[in-house]
Design a binder for this molecule. Sequence first.
Ligand SMILES: *[C@@H]1O[C@H](CO)[C@@H](O)[C@H](O)[C@H]1NC(C)=O
Ligand SMILES: *[C@@H]1O[C@H](CO)[C@@H](O)[C@H](O)[C@H]1NC(C)=O
Ligand SMILES: *[C@@H]1O[C@H](CO)[C@@H](O)[C@H](O)[C@H]1NC(C)=O
Length: 679
Amino acid sequence: FLFSCHMQRLFICAALILSICHACSCMSVENVLYVNCEKVTVYRPTQLIPPASSLYHLNFQNNFLIILYPNSFLNFTHAVSLQLGNNKLQNIEGGAFMGMSALKQLHLNNNELKVLRADTFQGIENLEYLQADYNLIKYIEKGAFNKLHRLKVLILNDNLIQALPDNIFRFASLTHLDIRGNRIQKIPYLGVLEHIGRIVELQLDDNPWNCTCDLAPLKAWLENMPYNIFIGEAICETPSDLYGRLLKETNKQELCPMGTGSDFDVRMPPPDNGQSPSKMSPTSIYGNGIVAGLPPFGRNSQIISVQTRPPPMLCPQPCSCKAHPSDFGISVSCQERNIQNLADLLPKPPNAKKLHMSGNYIRDISPVDFQGFEGLDLLHLGSNQIVTVQKGVFSNLTNLRRLYLNGNQLEQLHPEMFLGLTNLQYLYLEYNAIKEILAGTFDSMPNLQLLYLNNNVLRSLPAYTFAGVSLARLNLKNNHFMTLPVSGVLDQLRSLTQIDLEGNPWECSCDLVALKLWLEKLSDGVAAKEVKCASPVQFSNIELRLLKNEILCPKLVARPPFILTAATPVLTTVLPTGVGKAPPGGPVPLSIMILSILVVLIFTVFVAFCLLVFVLRRNKKPVGRQEVLGNQECGSMSLQVGDSMDATIFYSRGYVFVLGNALWSQRQTLCHLVWITHQ
Ligand SMILES: *[C@@H]1O[C@H](CO)[C@@H](O)[C@H](O)[C@H]1NC(C)=O
Ligand SMILES: *[C@@H]1O[C@H](CO)[C@@H](O)[C@H](O)[C@H]1NC(C)=O
Ligand SMILES: *[C@@H]1O[C@H](CO)[C@@H](O)[C@H](O)[C@H]1NC(C)=O
């Protein structure tokens, strides 16, 4: 039975139903069963008979699951946790978790979900912990969490959520909410904040907060939260005069210049019946002995505890310090304190995790400035006067995940400035004067996910600059790019979820055809901000995607027989994959072709010259075998190549390839090249 199923390893054993502990590995720890079905792609959950055990954890990570159908886990009534992270889930149909009435933890991280539906969580009313970070979630339907009365921890960071629907948390009892790294611009009090009064940790960082009157309720609410609640920083992205400012440091006048009505003095409702947030220990969700022992997954699922009273701490003179409840670290705030030198920051707190230095007058930074700050997770040096960053300045900050250098006067990025930042995930370099990025600059940061380079003066990027990183988000808005190559630059961005290209003076000519094709190929979830032409005049202000390729590059259709189509099959068989594949049906821009042809021409002349010299030297000795391309293949052109120079020339994407001793069957390609040159 089992044997026959394994025989069909690659097929789904449709008719067979197996006991889960045969198909997967099961391990019992203190009477709790851990069922590990990682990487057993051959089975679907419905083909597995649940364990008889009274409580168990299910791990279905890394199984290439794409869709979950209704009732997928119908008989897994006693599962307390379900890991579905790191699959390819795009769609969870309503009622997929029906029957899992004991489920307390659900992990959906690192999938491709686009929406959380109203009926997604039907049937798992006992859920306490929901993790759905690193998906492509854009929408949460109204009522998605309505039945989840016990939901305490909700992790939604690094998605594409634009807004939280009204009353979304009304029936949940959230203590932890992480919405970092989304596209949220504002959160209203009515309908959202009013329902999360029991929160002990709220992560807001890295959203494009729109600091207008609409955000005044959030600011007021944050100010009213008790001291020991951990709240991440909301940094304004718009309007432009508040860009980069911390929401909490804006004043009422700036947020609401007109004083428009929004009720600013929102009062916190009194914490209900003794369940004041400070007493709600989030560890309680792990502490009941049922879920305890589950290995933590993702950066957020570490066991978190709240300090009710901060320990006495050292704090540098002009700054204020705050204990950081989720990791016992200290957050040092020195914004806008007229600091000129980082070395002045004394005494240094022993366990600083965040150092906010924005809005000061720092010009130079040196490696010794960060002695004693090796544990930093976040370093904010935005809005200072840094012109250059010397070699290895950050080299001891190996724990750093977020680095803000926005709003300085950097002009050049070079590989040595980021040495040692092996764990950096977020790098903010916007609003500098960066005009050049040297090759290899990002190579020392293999974990980089987000790179903001907007509002600089970049015109080009070096080839393979993104080859060593797997960026999810790249912002190149408001630079001076007129074109951007796909080959070697954009095609290196293989993990992209968002790219911003707007506000550049794109020159909509043949060079941009490749970019247009690339943008069209980006997968559905990737949000690409609009690319508008600046030149030539007839296209100015028109979106690139609205222009047909033939209009963008009329020359492409002028001589249809010679658009490389004859050559491409040859190329793809000869070249290593990935180098020479022309986009399917996508013609190579003529400008590139002309360039290639020029090179070919020069090469031909060179060959002819060499041949001539060769012949002369031999003093009329018979020349070796000559290859003459027949008239019927090449029109009126013929080409001579001697034995010693036996070579084939072909081109792709702007490169000319010369293969010695290659097959002469490719001369057809050569003929076309020569013919076009002649024309
Ligand atoms: C669940 O169990 C019932 C009865 O034990 C059985 O008839 C049914 O086929 C099972 N459903 C699934 C999806 O395994
Ligand atoms: C920010 O909010 C204001 C007022 O609601 C609105 O007019 C503006 O368009 C918003 N900005 C962005 C970038 O959405
Ligand atoms: C960096 O760390 C190493 C090892 O801990 C230490 O020897 C070195 O002095 C540090 N460098 C600086 C500039 O602090």
